[in-house]
Ligand binder design. Structure first.
Ligand code: 1GP
Length: 236
């Protein structure tokens, strides 16, 4: 398999838009897994992201092993903390919550993750993760004990993303939060994407195909769909 980050860069160069289905191992109904896998294979997904709030390692490994038997898409960890690392995946979004001011989520968890990561062959993709206000408090804000960025301050979001890029992050992820009432504003996606060179991921609260399209048109390179597919397996 080609290096996953290089493939994302190449897609951006060719203006080929990418789509990740986010699976939360805690919410998987195991007896329906074969059906879920067949729906993923029929969908336009280009990546599988795996993450959740309280994932246990053994469940994570089992899920990835099962998925890999039938799905030929890159499996990328999207972890909430260092316990959510599985060597069975292909890559990990190595997140730093650059919208927040909590050092634990800027650097502590990353340091704690290193001894685990060093024992794996995971491709590590440094990602500047930005939580954006979305109508009500999200799990990310609660768990990380950080405030999201003002959804109307596009300049501040742009500067945050640019700082992330200058610090060497390889991706920026604009996150409204899983199940968010309001997705990241299109104007913010536009402002950020036009002012960074690295690929832009957008997710949280995107619940229909039209909104995916609009996020792409605003400049998202990769859109993440979690809740909508979880609720309706026929979403795509
Ligand atoms: C959450 O961005 C992802 O981290 C996806 O959000 O569950 O709202 O699709 P949804």
């Amino acid at each position: 398999m080609m290096n996953i980050y290089n493939a994302i860069l190449q897609a951006k160069t060719e203006n080929r838009k990418l789509l990740a289905i986010l699976l939360d191992p805690d919410k998987i109904v195991w007896k329906n897994l074969e059906h879920l896998i067949s729906k993923i294979n029929q969908s336009p997904a280009t990546h599988i992201f795996i993450g959740g709030s309280h994932v246990q390692n053994n469940i994570l490994n089992d899920l990835i092993i099962r998925l890999k038997q039938k799905i030929n898409l890159p499996i990328v960890l999207f972890p909430g903390n260092p316990s959510q690392i599985s060597a069975k995946a292909d890559a990990i979004l190595f997140l730093s919550l650059i919208s927040g001011r909590n050092p634990d989520y800027l650097i502590k968890h990353q340091v704690d993750a290193v001894p685990i990561l060093k024992k794996t062959q995971l491709e590590i993709i440094s990602t500047g993760y930005m939580l954006i206000e979305s109508g009500s408090e999200t799990a990310v804000a609660r768990v990380s004990n950080t405030k999201p960025l003002n959804r109307n301050n596009n300049d501040y979001a742009m500067h945050t993303a640019q700082a992330g890029e200058m610090l060497g992050h390889k991706l920026i992820y604009l996150e409204a939060g899983s199940g968010a009432k309001q997705a990241v504003p299109l104007e913010m996606i536009k402002k950020v994407s036009e002012n960074i060179e690295i690929p832009l991921i957008v997710g949280g609260g995107i619940i229909d195909l039209q909104s995916i399209q609009k996020a792409y048109e605003a400049g998202a390179d990769l859109v993440v769909i979690g809740t909508a597919f979880e609720k309706d397996i026929n979403f795509f």
